[in-house]
Design a protein around this ligand. Sequence first.
Ligand SMILES: [Zn+2]
Length: 286
Amino acid sequence: MRKSILILTIFTIFLFTACARPKKVQASDAEQSSVESSVPQSAQKPAPLDPKIEKLNRVLMSMTDRCKEAIPNGDPNEFLADLERVLQVEKAFPSDDLSLYYLIDKTHKVGADYEPKHLRKLVANDDYIINKTTLSLREDAADALAEMGRAAQKDGITLDVSSTYRSYETQERTFNYWVSVDGLVEAERESARPGTSQHQLGAAVDFGNIEDSYALTDDCKWLNQHSQEYGWSLSFPQGYEDITGYRWECWHFRYIGIEACKFQKKWFGDIQQFMFEFIDAWKNIE
Ligand SMILES: [Zn+2]
């Protein structure tokens, strides 16, 4: 069933309410009556709307219908306060690299020469298993992975890490491999073209066997329950291929930070793609 009333509707109502609010007049009653009698009603300007609410309306208008439908009914000021918190956190990210919120998908790319500024090689450790010796992540993502691994172990789960950062060239080889195995149409559904992969950002991890059967494991169930507590978000959920561009990948998680995970869950139907499209639009629409 479609979610009830869109937040957009609420904002529109707010807009109308604000416009209909009587103008505050500073003058005395006597002065006011003379002002009112000398100024035609039509010439009186409505009270200005909060610029952030106005901007929110504009940004929401630019979003896809499906994204608007995912946004629950709520208080726009609460939404803006949550957004502000998420954007404040972003200021603490390394300033010499792309943001952890960077929108990358089939139409938003990075160049062939992009690689994260602070990559850390993953080595054998007590927090999780590495399935290859060639793995690396951004430092902030590597720290968050270790923290999540330790938390999982307390619950009797040992996460195994199968794929992490991929350079443009590696992604090119990976994509071409899947095209040779499955054909172009199928490959496009689960492998990114070079320059469009979250793996090139150095903040995405594929866990386990990288197959649908991973969803049945205790490890994957634990991730689905707890990953967001450590800032990791499932990128390609089931039933959203038309939104994300990729079929369900129960094994692929992106590190975006704890506040962004909360924001995604509270306001965007827990769909990472909707949230990053919104943040991108918020930054690019005046
Ligand atoms: Zn992946």
